[in-house]
Design a protein around this ligand. Structure first.
Ligand code: UDP
Ligand code: MG
Length: 319
C-alpha cells in the first residue's frame, strides 16, 4: 500500500456489487471517454463480493485490456470499503470515483478533469435532480444532508455522492486515515484543499437493483454523523436535564397539593406513563452512547479494512 508511484494521468475506481447488466456498457462508454482524454489511464474495478457474473466480466475486460485492473474482495464489505480498497492501489495523479450502475455518467469525466487541470484538487458532483429513486430515498437523503450540515463541524457540500475527482494528495490523505467506519465524502470535505463542484441531473440506474438497502443507508448516515460530530451526545445530556427539570416540577406540585391542599395526587396512569417515558429516554440515550462506543470498539480491533481474494495487481495480501 502506498508503494506505488503516481505515474498515470487518470485512474478510475469503480465499486461493483451485482452489476453484470451494467458492466459491458459502462466499460465501453468509459474507455471511449478516457482514451479521448489521455493515453495513460487505468480503470480499477473492485468486486465487492458480487453473487452474479460481475467478477467474470471484469476478469474478461482485464484479460483483453492492459489498462483494466480488478480487485476481488473476499466478501461483501460495502460500498465505502470497496472504494477505499480501490484507492489504496490507484496510480493516477487524479482519480475519479464512480458507481457502476451508470448513474454517474462517464461522459462527465472530461469536465471533472478540466476542473482538475484548472488546479482544483477535489471536484465533486452535486445532484440537482435524482431520477427514478423512491420518494423515501430522496427525502431521507435531503434530511440527512441538512442534518449533517447542522451537526458536523465540516462544511460538507449538499447533495453530493461519492462521484468525484480527487487528486493524489487527497488519495494519500485518505490512505493515512485509519478509521474503520468510512464516510469518504465527509473525510474529503474535512481535508479542505481546493475543492469545487459541478452539477448533474442524476439519471436512473440502468439495470439491476440498488445495492444500498435501507439498513446500509442508515448505517452510512450514522457513520457520517458519529464520525464528524459529538452533538448527539450533547443532545442526550440536554434531554436528561430537561426530563430532570420536569420531574422536579411534578414533585414540587405533588408535595404542595399533599401538604397545603391535603389532596394526594394518585393514579396508576401517571406512574406508568412517566416511568415508560423516562425508560424510553434512557434507552435512547444508551443507544446514542452505544453507537459511539461501537465506533471506538471497531477501531481498536485493528482488523484490516478488507480482505482481497484475487487481483491482477500485486497486492499485499499475496505476499
Ligand atoms: N456497491 C458496492 N457494495 C455494496 C453496495 C453497492 O460496491 O455493498 C456499489 C454498486 O455496485 C454501485 C455503487 O456501489 O457501483 C453504488 O451503489 P448503488 O447504485 O446500489 O447505490 P445507490 O445509487 O442506490 O445509492
Ligand atoms: Mg446507484
Amino acid at each position: 500500500m502506498g508503494k506505488y508511484l503516481y505515474d498515470k494521468d487518470l485512474s478510475v475506481v469503480v465499486p461493483v456489487f451485482n452489476e453484470e447488466g451494467n458492466l459491458p456498457e459502462l466499460y465501453c462508454r468509459l474507455t471511449a471517454v478516457l482514451s479521448a482524454l489521455t493515453e495513460k489511464y487505468e480503470i480499477i474495478f473492485v468486486n465487492d463480493g458480487s453473487s452474479d457474473g460481475s467478477l467474470r466480466l471484469i476478469e474478461d475486460f482485464a484479460a483483453a485490456d492492459s489498462r483494466v485492473y480488478y480487485i476481488a474482495l473476499s466478501r461483501n464489505f460495502g460500498h465505502q470499503v470497496a472504494v477505499s480498497a480501490g484507492l489504496d492501489y490507484v496510480r493516477g495523479r487524479a482519480t475519479v470515483i464512480m458507481d457502476a450502475d451508470l448513474q454517474d455518467p462517464p461522459e462527465l469525466i472530461p469536465e471533472l478533469y478540466g476542473k482538475h487541470t484548472e488546479g482544483y484538487q477535489v471536484v465533486y458532483v452535486r445532484r440537482r435532480k435524482r431520477e427514478g429513486e423512491s420518494a423515501f430515498k430522496k427525502i431521507s437523503a435531503k434530511l440527512f444532508y441538512r442534518l449533517m450540515r447542522r451537526v458536523a463541524r465540516i462544511d460538507m457540500p449538499m447533495d453530493t455522492g461519492d462521484f468525484r475527482l480527487v487528486d493524489h494528495h487527497i488519495v494519500s490523505c485518505l490512505r493515512r486515515m485509519p478509521e474503520q467506519s468510512k464516510f469518504l465524502r465527509g473525510q474529503i470535505a474535512w481535508m479542505g484543499y481546493r475543492q469545487t463542484g459541478i452539477e448533474l441531473d442524476r439519471p436512473e440506474r440502468k439495470h439491476g437493483r440498488s445495492g444500498y438497502s435501507v439498513s446500509k443507508m442508515f448505517a452510512l448516515a450514522f457513520d457520517g454523523i458519529t464520525g464528524f460530530s459529538n452533538k448527539p451526545l450533547e443532545w442526550v445530556s440536554r434531554m436528561g436535564l430537561i426530563v430532570f427539570l420536569i420531574a422536579l416540577a411534578v414533585i414540587i406540585y405533588s408535595l404542595i397539593r399533599h401538604y397545603i391542599y391535603h389532596q394526594t395526587v394518585e393514579g396508576w396512569t401517571s406512574i406508568i406513563a412517566s416511568s415508560m417515558f423516562i425508560g424510553g429516554i434512557q434507552l435512547l440515550s444508551i443507544g446514542v452512547i452505544g453507537s459511539y462506543i461501537a465506533r471506538i470498539n471497531k477501531n481498536t480491533d485493528n482488523r484490516p479494512l478488507y480482505l482481497i481474494a484475487d487481483s491482477n495487481i500485486e497486492t499485499d495480501s499475496e505476499e
